[in-house]
Design a protein around this ligand. Structure first.
Ligand code: TA6
Length: 278
């Protein structure tokens, strides 16, 4: 089953269910904000205070950061994490089967996007949902000149207690600690017990979240950098869409192309970034 639903304020999303999972994906941003595999507990976190209104990003789920990650490199007045996550996508149902759902979301350059980013493009986001969640982000350069992008799936994972959750697969990797703008080497699995905002470099291997008996595997293709973030106490207090203690039950592991891992796309060529969460 896949059907178009909307909140009282008209904010539209697709609700889907098959034998293996249920999910909800907003048309704004092609933003998945709920994924509940029937074989295990929900693994995607959503803030109870998230705004579902056009023009502001949902807090939680899987925001798509594109065509830049973080602040714009030249113009800080431009939206953080790009404009895809607050843009309305078209969609096409590719498969609506008993045990698998597949939906393609499409965003094309427009007069308004050209005021933010002067390139012609087509951005496709293809979700394949069964007992696992697979998302492919495909950028096509429809312009006559090359452009470069940074991008990422800014995935919010739901954990029982972040201070008792280990993140594996990042050991011995160099990361930029964005809070102090210095590089360090990760010498052991990460357990978050303070504000963390780190970009792990030259990493394309699987990452594992171990939360008690629950293990979440994150596999990427086309990514060589991963961002890990938790706002912790003080930063959370500054965020209107985060309730006070919710930092304890979430962590972001963002499969990305950032810093030196940016992508240059020539006219008529494409670039693909994908993630599989299981
Ligand atoms: O996760 C990395 C990061 O860039 C953090 O610095 C923090 O700002 C986070 O994204 C959330 O950004 P947002 O614009 O969604 O509030």
């Amino acid at each position: 089953m896949i059907r178009l639903e909307q909140f009282e304020n008209g904010f539209e999303y697709l609700e889907l269910e098959n034998e293996l999972c249920k999910a909800k994906i907003a048309l704004q941003g092609a933003h998945l904000f709920s994924f509940d595999p029937k074989s295990q507990k929900p693994i995607i976190w959503l803030s109870e205070k998230s705004h579902f209104k056009l023009g502001s990003a949902i807090r939680g789920g899987i925001p798509i950061c594109w065509p830049w990650f973080g602040d714009h490199s030249d113009d800080s007045t431009l939206p953080k994490h790009g404009f895809a996550r607050t843009s309305l996508f078209d969609y096409e149902i590719l498969k609506d089967e008993k045990a698998l759902s597949q939906i393609k979301f499409v965003l094309k350059s427009s007069k308004s996007s050209l005021t933010l980013w002067p390139y012609a493009f087509e951005l496709n986001v293809i979700f394949t949902l069964c007992d696992t969640l697979h998302i492919e982000l495909n950028t096509k350069n429809c312009d006559e000149k090359s452009f470069s992008i940074t991008q990422g799936f800014h995935t919010y994972f739901k954990v029982s207690n972040v201070q008792k959750t280990s993140i594996l697969g990042i050991e011995n990797k160099t990361y930029l600690d964005f809070l102090v703008k210095k590089d360090f080497v990760q010498d052991r699995p990460l357990v978050i017990d303070k504000e963390v905002d780190r970009i792990y470099k030259a990493i394309s291997n699987d990452i594992e979240i171990v939360d008690g008996e629950t293990q979440i595997n994150i596999k990427t293709r086309g990514s060589n950098s991963t961002v890990i973030w938790n706002p912790w106490i003080e930063k959370s207090k500054t965020m209107s869409d985060m309730s006070i203690d919710s930092y304890k039950n979430m962590l972001c592991i963002e499969s990305a192309n950032v810093l030196d891992d940016f992508k240059v796309i020539k006219p008529d060529e494409s670039c693909s970034l994908s993630v599989t969460i299981s």
